[in-house]
Every structure is written in structure tokens, then in C-alpha cells.
Design a protein around this ligand. Structure first.
Ligand code: NI
Length: 227
């Protein structure tokens, strides 16, 4: 399931994020790549302890916490600290899969990466190339979103970032351990939640059918979730 989550950052926090990141001290992105990824990764990344990065991450956390679409699609149990990268002209990230378990700096237990998230911070017309290309059974999907929007996709999918040929592509990226480990089960819950929201709009949230479907949603969550 690949999900577009619009408006994670509104204009104000987005501008603040960009200003913070412009002042930051960027490093070679291979520092956080696994062995195979390091062979194909060519970008710049913020160190995890960057003060500007931490402040920008706090703005993103606030945006995520008040985004119902993100909550419904990801059903997050644990969210990896936000990372930031920038691709300038000629930079790219070849085909790879993200590590299954990630350790936040200083953490003793890992986060299982069920979902990968990329939050776009540059306006799409400010750079050429730089599409996030995600493979699934239906082929390749090229993703390039408005600044402030985010894509959620299965962390187990092969993906790449095409070379930037003009301008600069600034993004935040991170991983989510979901309460629902299985992508298929999570997709069913997401569809059901969307249908319940629609039914509530048309019938009224207190309608008997909406109440029964809501009970089914929560009983499936009770059955499948590992908070
Ligand atoms: Ni990746």
C-alpha cells in the first residue's frame, strides 16, 4: 500500500523547517546506509544529533500527531527519529531495500521498519529529477509530491531516487513500526476506516450501521494489533 499524506507540514512550519536546515552542517549520506545501500547512495544527510535537525523534527512530529490520515494508514507503534537528506545536481540513490531493523542513536532496542516515509520539503518545480521510485507487483511508481506532503510505502519494497538534474531536493525520511505488522491487514483496516468515515458523513456518526462497523474495526484492531 502506497499512501499519499497531504499537508503534514503547513506553510509556517514548512518555512521554519527549510530555514533551520539551510543553517545545518550536512554530511555524506553513506554514514547511515547499510553495506549494500552504501554502494548506491550518493547524497548529503544531517547527522542525527544536529540541533537544527532536532528542531525541524519536532515540527514534523507535531504535524504527524494531528494528521488523521497518517494515523489511520500507519497505525504507528514506534516512529524512528526523523532524518534529513538533500540531493543536489547529479546525486541519486540506486535501487535498494531499507534495513528491517533500525537502531536510533543510543537506543538499545531496535525499531522494526514496517513502513518507510518520505516527507518532501522542496517544491517540485524547484528541481528536476529526484523522483522516489517504488516497486511493487504492479510495476514502478514514481513519486514527487508538493512540499509538506508525505508518501508512506512498505519498507520491504525495493526503491530508488532518480538523479537530480537541476536544483536541490530536500526531504525528511524515517521509518515506522506499525501496531499492525502485516501490510495486507493494515491495508484492510485503512480501507475500513475510510469507509466508516464516509458512512458517518452520509448517515451520521451515531447511525446504527456506523456504530456496528466501528465495532468491527476496533475488534479487528484488538485481534491484530501489537501496540
Ligand atoms: Ni531507502
Amino acid at each position: 500500500m502506497i499512501v499519499h499524506v497531504p499537508g503534514v507540514l503547513a506553510t509556517g512550519p514548512l518555512t521554519s523547517c527549510r530555514q533551520l536546515l539551510q543553517q545545518a552542517d550536512w554530511r555524506d549520506g553513506r554514514g547511515t546506509a547499510g553495506f549494500q545501500s552504501a554502494l548506491v547512495k550518493n547524497n548529503l544527510q544531517l547527522p542525527a544529533d544536529s540541533e537544527q535537525g532536532l528542531q525541524a523534527a519536532a515540527l514534523i512530529d507535531q504535524g504527524l500527531a494531528r494528521n488523521p490520515l497518517f494515523m489511520s494508514a500507519a497505525l504507528p507503534a514506534r516512529i524512528f527519529p526523523k532524518l534529513f537528506n538533500v540531493y543536489g545536481e547529479g546525486q541519486s540513490f540506486g535501487l535498494h531495500v531499507d534495513n528491517a531493523i533500525r537502531y536510533a542513536p543510543g537506543a538499545t532496542s531496535g525499531i522494526r521498519t514496517d513502513l518507510s516515509a518520505t516527507l518532501f520539503l522542496s517544491e517540485p518545480d524547484s528541481y528536476d529529477g529526484g523522483e522516489l521510485v517504488i516497486q511493487d507487483t504492479y510495476g514502478e511508481h514514481a513519486v514527487k509530491l508538493p512540499a509538506g506532503d508525505m508518501v508512506l510505502y512498505p519498507a520491504g519494497s525495493l526503491h530508488r531516487v532518480t538523479p537530480v538534474t537541476r536544483g536541490m531536493r530536500l526531504c525528511s525520511f524515517f521509518w515506522i513500526q506499525s501496531m499492525i505488522r502485516d501490510d495486507g491487514q493494515r491495508g484492510l483496516l485503512f480501507d475500513l476506516d475510510g469507509a466508516i468515515q464516509d458512512a458517518g458523513q452520509q448517515l451520521g456518526a451515531g447511525h446504527g450501521v456506523v456504530v456496528r462497523l466501528t465495532a468491527t474495526y476496533h475488534n479487528l484492531l484488538r485481534r491484530w494489533a501489537h501496540p
